[in-house]
Design a protein around this ligand. Structure first.
Ligand code: NAP
Length: 316
């Protein structure tokens, strides 16, 4: 099976990811011909921005008007959408090469099996990027990686499409999709959760969220650059990197005093900091002492949280 060198591209779903990909592919010269979404408005808005692109009401109309169709819908809708479309080369008026691709990092490509059973190529195209839904994404995605799961002609086409976005193709070992995606959260949404914890703690000092983010976002940006320059152990700063046991001890005591899970979260992150510090050519002399302080605090926090948990009714 072969695909045209410039395949016609279609999208089902017109949300954050579809906005970036549809614009990015179109700017790179690919014909983005058809878009459908749950609501007609979303499809029309995106199609109108692209130009020479039709907005449709049903995914089937996208399949009939494109060579490669990207399912850019929430993960829970991938399987049901794949079941609703039919691949019919006579109706599509092409030589018999067409493909259905989803963009999820966590969901298996096998969700698209109904399309494969009708002769379509199937694949996964997962950009490692947190899409904000605005046009700035098209520039910012350059240099990112896209995990591609496909064979033969579709793999070649998806690698070329990743290149059109100025991204690097990446492949995941078979069966590794769920772990790969779970781990990638630490470089995206969980980084936001770390910032949210900082904001929450700073609120007790009278800062609002805007003030706190203005203060710490440049620090995060610098940290990311230093990580790229020096690697993770080399970039590590803070009390663990210096072997300041008493600072770690006092901060854990303070957070334990605040209640909730603040101390447990800090202790778990500090565990990772200890592991990074141990990877340095010369770890801080106090690293074992810090380790003990952290593990003792974590045990106290988990005892308290578990005690609270066993008293509280489980959520249904
Ligand atoms: N956001 C990210 O950072 C990111 C990164 C990598 C991969 N992904 C993957 O990309 C996919 C899309 O995510 P997203 O963040 O772009 O989601 P999103 O912003 O929530 O957009 C989802 C789009 O799908 C449409 N939709 C929902 N249910 C539908 C259905 N049953 N049929 C047709 N259209 C439907 C929505 O419709 P309406 O607008 O019409 O209401 C919306 O336009 C997911 O598989 C996700 O895992 C996302």
């Amino acid at each position: 099976m072969s695909l045209p060198p410039l395949p016609r591209l279609g999208f089902v779903g017109a949300g954050r990811l579809a906005h970036c990909l549809a614009h990015g592919f179109s700017r790179a010269g690919y014909p983005v011909t058809a878009i459908a979404s749950r609501s007609r408005d979303s499809a029309q808005t995106l199609a109108g921005q692209i130009g020479h692109c039709a907005a449709y009401d049903h995914p089937q109309q996208v399949v009939d008007a494109a060579d490669i169709v990207f399912l850019a819908v929430p993960d829970d809708s991938i399987g049901t959408t794949a079941h609703t479309v039919r691949f019919d080369s006579a109706a599509q008026g092409c030589s018999g090469a067409w493909a259905l691709v989803h963009c999820s990092g966590a969901s298996p490509v096998d969700l698209l099996a109904p399309a494969r059973d009708q002769g379509a190529l199937i694949g996964g195209f997962h950009p490692l990027y947190l899409f904000g839904g605005n046009l700035a994404d098209i520039e910012r995605i350059a240099g990112c990686s896209v995990s591609i799961e496909a064979d033969g002609a579709l793999k070649d086409a998806l690698v070329a499409l990743a290149g059109a976005l100025r991204c690097h193709p990446l492949s995941i070992p078979p069966g590794g999709r769920m772990l790969y995606h779970a781990a990638a959260h630490y470089a995206a949404s969980f980084a936001l959760c770390g910032l949210a914890e900082c904001v929450e703690l700073w609120r007790t000092l009278g800062f609002n969220e805007d003030d706190a983010l203005r203060a710490v976002l440049p620090m995060l940006a610098g940290t990311i650059q230093t990580a790229g320059d020096k690697g993770l152990p080399g970039a590590l700063a803070g009390p663990v990197s210096r072997g300041d046991t008493s600072v770690v001890e006092k901060q854990l005591a303070l957070l334990e005093g605040l209640g909730g899970d603040h101390a447990a979260l800090y202790a778990l992150m500090t565990r990772r900091a200890v592991a990074l510090a141990r990877r340095r050519p010369v770890p801080p002399a106090a690293i074992d002492a810090i380790d003990t302080v952290v593990e003792n605090s974590l045990a106290r926090s988990l005892d308290r949280l578990t005690g609270q948990g066993s008293q509280a009714a489980r959520k249904p």
